[in-house]
Structures are given as structure tokens and as C-alpha cells.
Design a protein around this ligand. Structure first.
Ligand SMILES: Cc1ncc(COP(=O)(O)O)c(C=O)c1O
Length: 335
């Protein structure tokens, strides 16, 4: 099959660029030093490639991701790095033989883990991002509560999500250190072997955590491409030009229902200029301002934010040039 045979919009993953990204990361953070986050790619076939390169521990953001990974035989050690108040589905995954560890940041989430039959937790510590995570000074108390409820406390996690996208490397490194000092202090109170943190932007500057939860590195996006990272944009969205206006613009069939837009407009791989996206359309012009495009022509766009882009699609196609090598279901979607 050729990419021209695909119904558009369609997600294309360049096989060589994907392999490059997975290989560079596996060399930098081998084995359990990386706990790849599946939230960006949501695809067990891709996770299986990460496993082949030595990563058998994974990070998940949703219960559905945990269930799907376990169902695909990738359940050796799954961390749900997120809070849930009903852990009963996770308990069923554990009962079927997978290892699941759940983040907790409150009495209620500790109780949920115990009631749901998830035997292992990490204390999620807030290290500066105004999102989940307990105040660092509360971490020791929560660990004690968890142990009193019969849970095994494996350690701590703390995601420096407000730092991972900073373009200035020095600032990124300094702020990561500040965050990790908070996490390590909390770890002193909590105990356990696990200090889990980090993302694609901090994978090489976060030298304090003993496992890094990077996920976007596999496919990348234009927001992360602005940083000094050795990873390539492996994913593009294939669209078809459906209208060309002689006044100087063209329109393709992939709009904001096919693209995560919270980090801005996508970029055309041919250097064309994206004007804006609407629900089903992207409007753009050629570099020199002329229409420059023909109706029916295929165009490729790199999304600004990989995670929500992938979550809109049922399938991603692994390609080599114009050849479609494999089509992978994006099977970890949903909740
Ligand atoms: C808890 C957590 N850990 C790690 C990450 C890192 O992901 P990425 O590699 O995309 O920066 C994220 C991303 O949102 C996250 O929510």
C-alpha cells in the first residue's frame, strides 16, 4: 500500500525516524532508567518496540492505558502516574497477573488504592506544576497511612511539567534541580526504591530521579523540536488539498478535530505557511504567497502537540517514504 491510498486525514510515522528516536533514548537511558510514558503514542505496537529495546517498565496516564498495556502482554511493571478515586478496574488488572503501581496524593486516593485491590503505590509529590501531587511536607504522612492500610510504598514521583518545555537549557536544568530537591526531600520521608520524574525535555538534565517518564520523544512535535533535543519529528498528519483559491490560499481536509492545537498551529513539511485551522480545515499558502497547490494534492503537517493529536486518531501508519509498512491501532485511547 502507498500513502496515496490512505483515507485522509491520516497519521504517518516515519519508520526510520521512530527507530532513531527510540534508539537514542535507549542508549541514553537504558532498561529501567526510562519508564516510557505511553500517553503520547497510546499504541501498544509502538510500546512493544520500546520493550524490544530494553524498557519493560511503563508509565500510564489513564486506567484504559493500564488495561491495554497489560492485555498486550506489557504488564511487567506499570505505573499509573495519575490519581484515581475508583481503582477497582486496576485491581482486576492486578488480579490477572500484571504489576500495577498507583500514584496517590491524598487520604482519599490512598483509600481508593486499598479498596480497589492495587497493592502498590508511589506518593505523588507536587514539585511546582499546579496539578496533582501532595505538598512535599505531607509525603511522609501519606506513606505511613498507605503502609497502615497494607499497601507497599515503592517510593515517590514528581513531575516537573512546568519545566520540560523551557527552551533555555540552563534554565531548564536549574529549575529541574529545584524541583528534584523537593522530591528528594520528600523521598527521605517516604522511603522505597523509586524516584520517578521527568519528561522528554528533561530526560538528560534530570540526573536526580532514578527513572524518567519521557513519552513524546518517540514521535515528537514542533513544540519539543524547538528545544536542543536529539529526537526527530517522526509523526506527520497526511491531508488532501480540497480547495485552492486564486486569491492566494489553499485548504486541506485536516483541521482542529485531527490536530492537538493547544500548543499552536501545525507546520507544513514543505515550508508552506499555515494561516489557521478550523474544525475540518487547515488554510495555508505557499512560501512565496502564491496558491502553489493543486486540488487533490497531498500535504503533510507536523503537529504542535503530539499527545492530543494522536488521541484523535484510530490508526497510525508506519511508513518508509511512500510505502505503508504497517498500520497500528491506536488502541490505548479512551478512559
Ligand atoms: C506525569 C507525567 N510524567 C511524564 C510526562 C512526560 O511526557 P513528555 O515526554 O511528553 O514530556 C508527562 C506528560 O504530560 C506526565 O503527565
Amino acid at each position: 500500500m502507498k500513502i496515496y491510498d490512505l483515507q485522509t486525514p491520516a497519521l504517518l510515522v516515519d519508520a526510520g525516524d521512530l527507530q532513531h528516536n527510540l534508539g537514542v533514548m535507549a542508549e541514553a537511558l537504558p532498561d529501567t532508567r526510562l519508564r516510557p510514558h505511553v500517553k503520547a503514542h497510546k499504541t501498544t505496537r509502538l510500546a512493544a518496540r520500546q520493550a524490544v529495546l530494553g524498557h519493560r517498565t511503563f508509565t500510564c496516564a489513564t486506567i484504559r492505558e493500564v488495561e491495554g498495556m497489560a492485555g498486550a502482554g506489557l504488564g511487567d511493571d506499570l505505573l499509573l502516574a495519575n490519581e484515581v478515586l475508583d481503582a477497582s478496574r486496576l485491581g482486576r488488572v492486578v488480579a490477572r497477573g500484571a504489576r500495577v503501581t498507583l500514584a496517590v496524593d491524598s487520604d482519599a486516593t490512598v483509600e481508593a488504592a486499598a479498596a480497589g485491590g492495587v497493592g502498590e503505590v508511589v506518593v505523588d509529590v507536587n514539585v511546582g506544576l499546579p496539578r496533582c501531587g501532595c505538598p512535599p511536607e505531607d509525603a511522609g504522612r501519606l506513606a505511613e497511612l498507605a503502609r497502615a492500610r497494607g499497601l507497599m510504598v515503592r517510593g515517590v514521583m514528581g513531575y516537573e511539567g512546568h519545566v520540560v518545555g523551557l527552551e533555555d537549557r540552563t534554565k531548564r536544568a536549574e529549575m529541574t534541580e529545584d524541583c528534584m530537591r523537593l522530591l528528594l526531600d520528600a523521598h527521605g520521608d517516604v522511603g522505597g526504591d523509586v524516584v520517578s520524574a521527568g519528561g522528554t525535555g528533561t530526560y538528560d538534565v534530570n540526573t536526580w530521579a532514578n527513572e524518567i517518564q519521557a513519552g513524546s520523544y518517540a514521535l515528537m512535535d514542533t513544540a519539543y523540536a524547538k528545544l536542543d533535543l536529539p529526537f526527530r519529528n517522526a509523526l506527520t498528519l497526511l491531508g488532501t488539498v480540497i480547495s485552492v483559491n486564486p486569491a492566494g490560499w489553499a485548504v486541506a481536509d485536516c483541521g482542529l478535530k485531527a490536530l492537538g492545537m493547544d500548543h499552536g498551529n501545525p507546520s507544513l513539511t514543505d515550508g508552506g505557511v499555515v494561516w489557521f485551522c478550523s474544525d475540518e480545515h487547515v488554510t495555508f499558502s505557499a512560501k512565496d504567497g502564491s496558491p502553489g497547490y493543486l486540488t487533490g494534492q497531498r500535504v503533510r503537517l507536523v503537529p504542535a502537540h503530539i499527545d492530543p493529536t494522536v488521541a484523535y486518531h484510530e490508526t497510525m501508519h508506519l511508513v518508509d517514504g511512500e510505502d505503508v509498512l504497517e498500520s497500528w491501532p491506536v488502541d490505548l485511547r479512551g478512559w
